[in-house]
Design a protein around this ligand. Structure first.
Ligand code: KMH
Ligand code: ZN
Length: 272
């Protein structure tokens, strides 16, 4: 447990489109400029997906290279690549940019219903992604959409594919996956070894209430347009930065300071 709070901004994702919220960044420059606004609002890390000009999701290496460069040119914010991509992508496609060595990359340790789709992560796929992250020395963030994914991550430690302590992100409220009830978060936290770190990403209207709960519990927080497009009921967020600002206000009220990217790297054991 840390007094410092790490805020991650999930600025674009693969599913949120401008038709949902016109402030979703698509191009590498737009994503980088949004990352800067999130850093100014208090985020220490940005979680990114690639997009084509028209918003179509892509995990293309060249696109991720541009995103990384544009962010690094402007900010010291930690950069986390998605390896989840979009539900229809192959695993090879999802991990092709990992050799660019971002600070972190995600790893989902199980298959889950994802709305009407299936987010496929079979054991061979999970091992392939974990091995690729290990090969390039990229620190994983384990994305947990349901309880069994914690057990699978712990199994990967035994297999030598993950190193403990693990950093988990509990993604709660995806339709078809684990619900966003506060007691679910408490249960997940009770499942992980003491020395592990964790954050929560609540989906939709659950984003900000779960952020507050995580702050009170000593965890960390992910917010952004990938997960939720509203800043309050019926009011679209002007950007992920506005959601980060909200979390920063919650943190100050709860007496927690915000981690800088350097402090976040130490807490999350990036480059450790
Ligand atoms: N877009 C989802 C299917 C990740 O970034 O690692 C998967 C996802 C998880 O967003
Ligand atoms: Zn994502």
């Amino acid at each position: 447990m840390s007094d410092l709070l790490v805020i991650t901004a999930a600025v674009d994702g693969a599913e949120t489109m401008r038709a949902d919220n016109p402030n979703v960044p698509y191009t590498p420059v737009e994503i980088a400029e949004e990352a800067v606004r999130c850093r100014e609002a208090g985020a220490a890390m940005v979680h990114v997906h690639g997009r084509l000009e028209d918003g179509t999701p892509t995990q293309d290496r060249e696109t991720f290279g541009k995103i990384l460069k544009e962010i690094r040119d402007r900010s010291d914010i930690l950069v986390q690549f998605s390896t989840g991509g979009a539900v229809w992508m192959s695993v090879d496609e999802r991990i092709e940019a990992v050799d660019l060595k971002p600070d972190m990359a995600t790893l989902t340790t199980g298959t889950v219903n994802f709305g009407d789709d299936v987010f496929m992560n079979s054991m061979p796929m999970i091992r392939q992604i974990a091995a690729r992250l290990k090969k390039h020395g990229v620190r994983p963030e384990i994305e947990v959409f349901d309880t069994g994914m914690v057990d699978t991550a712990l199994r990967l430690v035994k297999e030598g594919l993950l190193e403990t302590p693990i950093h988990f992100d509990f993604v709660l409220g995806v339709p078809g996956a684990m619900g966003a009830r506060p007691e679910n978060l408490e249960f997940l936290v009770s499942m992980i070894p003491e020395d592990c770190t964790w954050s929560v990403a609540g989906i939709g209207r659950h984003e900000l209430p779960l952020a507050q709960k995580a702050i009170a519990m000593g965890g960390h927080v992910r917010v952004g347009l990938e997960d939720n497009i509203y800043v309050e009921k019926g009011v679209l967020a002007q950007g992920s930065w506005e959601l980060v600002e909200k979390v920063a206000e919650f943190a100050f009220s709860a007496g927690r300071k915000l981690a800088t990217p350097e402090e976040a790297a130490a807490i999350l054991r990036v480059n450790a």
